[in-house]
Design a protein around this ligand. Structure first.
Ligand SMILES: Nc1ncnc2c1ncn2[C@@H]1O[C@H](COP(=O)(O)OP(=O)(O)O)[C@@H](O)[C@H]1O
Ligand SMILES: [Mg+2]
Length: 373
């Protein structure tokens, strides 16, 4: 086994990719790695996790367990992650041992805090929703005056799938009891945690771009997908998105700039709001493979998962062009119980995550229906 100290820049077949996190994204990354003759080692605190099924090695330990992290670093050739809430200190520790962590600390840390993320997006010249940092009821009131209503209050850290956020709709006069009640409720909803208040964006549609960059600076982008959310969770991603070429090119340009400015290595997903006039507002980015890129498994020669493995292993990127149009639909909770009917559908890729319990709101799998482009 290659030690962490003398990491090769290029991980050859039979090398090992270490993945922090054991969910469905790690499972699909590991499967893609196996297709390239690479092995994966999953590090995850859960006793049971979807990615263990496909892993050559597993470590079940806390992300802050330094002994376990050191052994992991020594056992793998490169380290990546499937979720953005890996503690920054753990990544710093792994890096101090000589391990290569891709994408790097800047991309991870910027995405972990919605305030820092929005500042970064504005700094590179892209637009965000109006925002205001909120640390107490006073700053929430000031924020409402600044960003207007309706507004969305989101925790700065640890939100996902619409969790950790709440809408403030009240249009009452500023001193009315209804107003006081609404803001106290919202503040309670986010657990009185450091938050950010965002102006509500009256978007026409939501799109995302999945992009990849190598350590040498090569960049490849998939076509923008159009995304529909239900109850805060992604429901469908459709390609092509119903947008003009100008909007698509702008989304590509912003994604490219973000990849470059973050000195990014790997696959990234960028979420945008499209306004009526076709202009774009960046919502957020994920420093990892992204649910809205699952369609690439069935509609492209090289999926986002393989693309990510190629990038972090120092391989050339693959061709991101689509050979088909596609609609990816998430199977949430009980929806995966239909697996037999779905398996019978023509031109439909079925992907199940091997989770035992179909809890409400839990992503159990997805299908991608392809048609000729
Ligand atoms: N400022 C906003 N204006 C309008 N809709 C928003 C805004 N922020 C979030 N949303 C809606 O909520 C969804 C989830 O919010 P997001 O910030 O992406 O959080 P998560 O990290 O949970 O994905 C978005 O995809 C969008 O549909
Ligand atoms: Mg989102």
């Amino acid at each position: 086994m290659t030690g962490a100290i003398n990491h090769p820049d290029i991980i050859e077949p039979n090398g090992t990719i270490g993945i922090l996190g054991g969910g469905q994204l790690a499972r699909m990354l590991g499967t893609a790695a196996a297709e390239l003759g690479l092995k994966c080692h999953i590090f995850c605190p859960d006793e049971r996790a979807p990615a263990y099924d496909i892993a050559a090695q597993t470590t079940i330990a806390s992300y802050t367990d330094e002994k376990a992290l050191a052994a992991f670093a020594a056992a793998v050739d490169v380290i990546t992650y499937e979720f953005e809430n890996v503690p920054a200190d753990s990544v710093a520790y792994l890096t101090s041992l000589g391990a290569k962590v891709r994408p790097g600390a800047k991309a991870l840390e910027t995405s972990q805090d919605r305030l820092v993320e929005k500042q970064f997006i504005n700094e590179i010249g892209a637009k965000t929703a109006a925002f205001h940092p909120v640390d107490d009821l006073e700053s929430l009131k000031t924020g409402l005056q600044n960003v207007g209503r309706p507004a969305i209050l989101k925790t700065r850290r640890l939100g996902y799938d619409g969790k950790g956020q709440t809408r403030i709709k009240t249009a009452e006069a500023d001193l009315s009891a209804a107003y006081e009640k609404a803001i106290a409720f919202a503040w309670e909803e986010v657990g009185a945690a450091p938050s950010i208040l965002e102006g509500f964006v009256p978007f026409e549609r939501e799109i995302s771009v999945i992009g990849a960059r190598t350590s040498e600076g090569d960049i490849q982008l998939y076509d923008p997908a159009e995304n529909v959310h239900r109850d805060g969770i992604l429901k469908t991603s459709t390609v092509p998105a119903n947008i003009t070429d100008a909007t698509a090119n702008n989304a590509r340009a912003i994604t490219t700039k973000m990849l470059q400015e973050l000195d990014y290595v790997g696959v990234m997903g960028v979420e945008f709001f499209v306004l009526k006039d076709g202009s774009l507002i960046v919502n957020e980015y994920a420093p990892r493979v992204h649910n809205s890129g699952h369609w690439t498994q069935d509609a492209c020669a090289i999926s986002q998962f393989e693309q990510h493995i190629r990038a972090v292993a120092g391989w050339p990127l693959g061709d991101p062009r689509r050979h088909s149009n596609a609609v990816m639909e998430n199977l949430i909770g009980n929806e995966a119980h239909n697996w037999r009917e779905l398996a019978n559908e023509p031109n439909t890729g079925l992907h199940l995550y091997g989770k035992r319990e179909a809890r409400a709101g839990r992503k159990m799998g997805h299908v991608t229906r392809i048609t000729k482009s």
